[in-house]
Design a protein around this ligand. Structure first.
Ligand code: BGP
Length: 470
């Protein structure tokens, strides 16, 4: 067992998927508030009633009770995001919304009561709707200055309460899912030029956020956040290996820019061959070079296979970055392929490549849970499948630590059930805590501990030792 003494165990959430109160205390809709069918929704111009995200799981009112449950599990760290549209409801406002700022003061103070360190994502797929409607989202360079203002405001305000900051959630996902960059133009009408220019704006905004945060307080730690997806060649054919490397490079390019401060050569070649000419602002290159991150964080759910002739294989479902289904792996009910060893591989790859501390900030199994009464008459969920999934992945984290990889912590996704990002369902659950809310919006919103609640509590209590109990 190699988990270090100060390993940060915890869970990860995002404002738009669980806070609810989408229009309370001055907040205006975010992009996600008008995407009632999840990631691939045709966005509407205003929220529709059937959108589960509008109420989420009402963390906005329940935060004390929920944080108490996280504390009971022994969380050392808690990842969440600040809803940009709570602080700057339109995104382009001159002054912040004080009521929104006060809400996060209360959340961070509550976490401090239990010595839980916050890990805060500045932008988790939830820019204010106005920025999508009136600016085309991150396609517009002006968003950089709006984002800077937001970052300056929240980091100055919370600098004594929050040490760890992440800039953009899964910053590489904008290419496969443009709505993640608040771009509402239909995907088939978007050119590669437009998409990569928008991605560039986010990369510049990320570097400039890093600059702002370090200037406010050099002790604060900034990480990039990338959707990781290791891939394997479908056959030993060298061309499959090359295709695999090129597939992975699409993701690594984003980390290269964050860590090395410039676009890598293989990526410049890709841009050139696709006739994409990214317009750099006068100071962009300098800004990227001088403001690299302190650590790398990533989500890990699936791995993929790749081939030089992908049309001959099954592409599978459930991923936004492409790649092929791996015939050696099983899939979740939502078609996400399960590969614990892939986590060890990706940890080693990141470490070998960058030698920066790593933080696994999302991982978990989305599954259907059944609420039952146990022998004492308490409601619970017998989620052995979740325990098995997490145990296998954490074993691989331990292996990577033994390989010498430096890992800061692990926050599993959705420690309390919340609304799914890709499908906007409640029934795709990740939590240790069950929330009584159904896909049709019915339910009491009551919280119940699943079997995995005590399992995770023990994992944290024993710093991973219990992962080896049978
Ligand atoms: C990641 C996102 C999260 C989250 C998770 C699980 O890509 O950063 O917001 O929701 O995936 O996905 P889903 O909710 O679709 O099961």
């Amino acid at each position: 067992m190699a988990f270090p003494k100060d390993f940060l165990w915890g869970g990860a959430t995002a404002a738009n998927q669980y806070e609810g109160a989408y229009n309370v205390d001055g907040k205006l809709p975010s992009v996600r508030d008008v995407m009632s069918e999840g990631l691939m929704s045709p966005p509407t111009s205003e929220p529709t009633e059937n959108n589960l995200q509008l109420e989420g799981i009402n963390f906005y009112e329940n935060y004390k009770e929920d944080i108490k449950l996280f504390a009971e599990m022994g969380f050392k760290v808690y990842r969440t995001s600040i809803a940009w549209s709570r602080i700057f409801p339109n995104g382009d406002d001159e002054t912040p919304n004080e009521a929104g700022l006060e809400f996060y003061d209360k959340v961070f103070d509550e976490l401090a009561k239990y010595d839980i360190e916050p890990l805060v994502t500045l932008s988790h797929y939830e820019p204010p709707l106005n920025l999508a409607v009136n600016y085309n989202g991150w396609m517009d360079r002006e968003l950089i200055s709006f984002f800077n203002r937001f970052v300056e405001t929240v980091v100055s305000r919370y600098q004594d309460k929050v040490k760890y900051w992440l800039t953009f959630n899964e910053v590489n996902s904008i290419i496969g899912a443009p709505t993640n960059g608040a771009i509402f133009k239909p995907k088939d009408e978007l050119t590669k030029q437009e998409l990569w220019q928008a991605a560039h704006h986010q990369l510049v905004a990320s570097a400039s956020a890093t600059k702002i945060i370090h200037k406010i307080n050099p002790e604060l730690q900034v990480g990039c956040m990338v959707l990781s997806m290791p891939a394997y060649p479908m056959t030993p054919d060298p061309r499959d290996m090359l295709a695999t490397r090129q597939f992975e490079n699409q993701n690594y390019a984003f980390v290269d820019v964050h860590v090395r401060g410039e676009y890598p050569g293989y990526f410049k070649r890709y841009l050139k061959e696709n006739n994409i000419e990214i317009k750099f602002g006068d100071k962009d290159a300098e800004l990227l070079k001088e403001n690299t991150v302190d650590f790398i964080s990533f989500s890990y759910y699936v791995s993929k296979a790749m081939a030089h002739n992908p049309e001959e294989y099954d592409a599978g479902t459930g991923n936004i970055l492409g790649g092929l289904n791996n015939p050696t792996l099983e899939s979740s009910e939502w078609g996400w392929q399960i590969d614990p060893i892939g986590l060890r591989i990706v940890l080693n790859d990141f470490w070998d490549r960058y030698q920066l501390p790593l933080f696994i900030v999302e991982n978990g199994l989305g599954a259907k849970d059944e609420l039952i009464k146990d022998e004492n008459g308490n409601y619970t969920v017998e989620d052995d499948y979740r325990i098995e999934y997490l145990t296998k992945h954490l074993h691989q984290v331990d292996e990577a630590l033994k390989d010498g990889v430096e890992i800061m912590g692990y926050t599993s996704w959705g420690p309390i059930d919340l609304v799914s990002m890709s499908t906007a369902q409640m029934s795709k659950r990740y939590g240790y805590i069950y929330v009584d809310r159904n896909d049709d919006g019915s339910g009491s919103m009551k919280r119940y501990k699943k079997k995995s609640f005590n399992w995770y509590k023990e994992v944290i209590e024993t710093n991973g030792q219990s992962l080896y109990n049978n």
